[in-house]
Design a protein around this ligand. Structure first.
Ligand code: DAH
Length: 345
């Protein structure tokens, strides 16, 4: 029996040593120390032994059990520690790895142009004004000297909401609103960017909604030379220091005389290319000296006050400046298009 117990001890210790994980170790515990295990069996069979042998074998059996239990306990600690170490290793974070870049937004190309133009005019003492996109017929047309029956009032061109209310077809009503607010007194020097709407079929160069920037200067002694000088600064700052400007006669109901302003082509310098359609000049904006009727309707004395106004299409300027060939790109918001204008500020 002694022999059997020693063998059991050896066998158990070997198995414990070889245990690879806690599960195996537990199986060994149950197999050797459990109620149905071989040591319990030995103890049970002690009744058959002589009185001399009984305490010896009993003591030995307890000793073997103790040795095995201790070994199991030690091994369990080791295996548990190994599990913790393994977990730590697998969850290790390398803090020196570079971070994942965060996607950041940026300004839309139209916003970019608007801000550039605003900055330029703010630098010349202008204020930024705003007006409603849902506008009264009065401010959109009447106050701007559009006679009744003028083709621009036609239902074909404007989105009318009621007979008197429409989506503004240009940013010019902000001229009338601003002058009215000043009650015929003092100078006005404003720039007004905003959305405008026209009943157009959308294609590469037309959109039923687009963006304009309006400008208005009213004061005593404002002359056409002020208009021209302002445009020269604008053309050179926006399109390059060696730009020249040219004024051509035109017509708008709210200005007299009216002009259209061209700049010398920034692509070919004036010799003629596809951008300027071989003319050497690119049309940029409409402008003119504020019509006396417009001044009077807003409460200004047209004998004392004169002024000039201008209006430009933001999409057109952006298309020219960035070489964009389809106006729809501005509204479809394809990130691949927009990303080309990302700058890191
Ligand atoms: N409102 C005109 C348009 O939409 C643009 C314009 C022309 C505005 C001449 C002006 C101006 O202020 O003086 O076509």
């Amino acid at each position: 029996m002694q022999q059997r117990l020693k063998e059991l001890e050896m066998e158990a210790l070997q198995k414990i040593e070889a245990a690879e994980n806690l599960k195996q170790l537990n199986e060994i515990r149950v197999a050797y120390l459990g109620k149905k295990g071989p040591i319990t069996e030995v103890l049970r069979g002690m009744g058959k032994l002589s009185a001399e042998e009984r305490p010896k074998i009993g003591a030995l059996a307890n000793e073997v059990r103790g040795v095995i239990a201790t070994k199991i306990e030690e091994t369990q600690k080791k295996l548990e520690e190994a599990v913790v170490q393994q977990k730590l290793a697998s969850e290790k974070i390398d803090v020196t790895l570079p971070g994942r870049p965060v996607e950041v937004g940026n300004h839309h190309p139209l916003t970019r142009i608007i801000e550039e133009v605003e900055d330029l005019f703010i630098g010349m003492g202008y204020e930024v004004a705003e007006g409603p996109e849902v506008e009264k017929d009065f401010y959109n047309f009447e106050a701007l000297n559009f006679p009744k029956g003028h083709p621009a009032r036609d239902m074909q061109d404007s989105f009318y909401i009621t007979e008197d209310i429409l989506l503004r077809t240009h940013t010019s009503p902000v001229q009338a609103r601003t002058m009215e607010k000043r009650e015929g007194k003092g100078p006005v020097k404003i720039i007004c960017p905003g959305k405008v709407y026209r009943r157009d079929n959308d294609d590469a160069t037309h959109s039923h909604q687009f963006t304009q920037i309006e400008g208005l200067v009213i004061d005593k002694n404002i002359r056409m030379s002020d208009l021209k000088g302002t445009f020269e600064v604008f053309a050179k700052k926006m399109f390059g220091a060696d730009r020249e400007i040219r004024l051509r006669p035109s017509f708008f109901p709210f200005t007299e005389p009216s002009v259209e302003m061209d700049i010398s082509c920034f692509m070919c310098g004036g010799s003629g290319c596809h951008v300027c359609k071989k003319t050497g000049w690119i049309e940029i904006l409409g402008a003119g000296m504020t019509h006396p009727n417009v001044l009077e309707m807003a409460g200004y004395d047209s004998k004392k006050y004169t002024g000039f106004a201008f209006g430009m299409g933001v999409e057109r300027i952006a298309m020219l400046k960035y070489g964009i060939d389809d106006i729809r790109h501005f509204y479809t918001n394809d990130v691949r298009f927009l990303k080309q204008f990302f700058v890191h500020e």
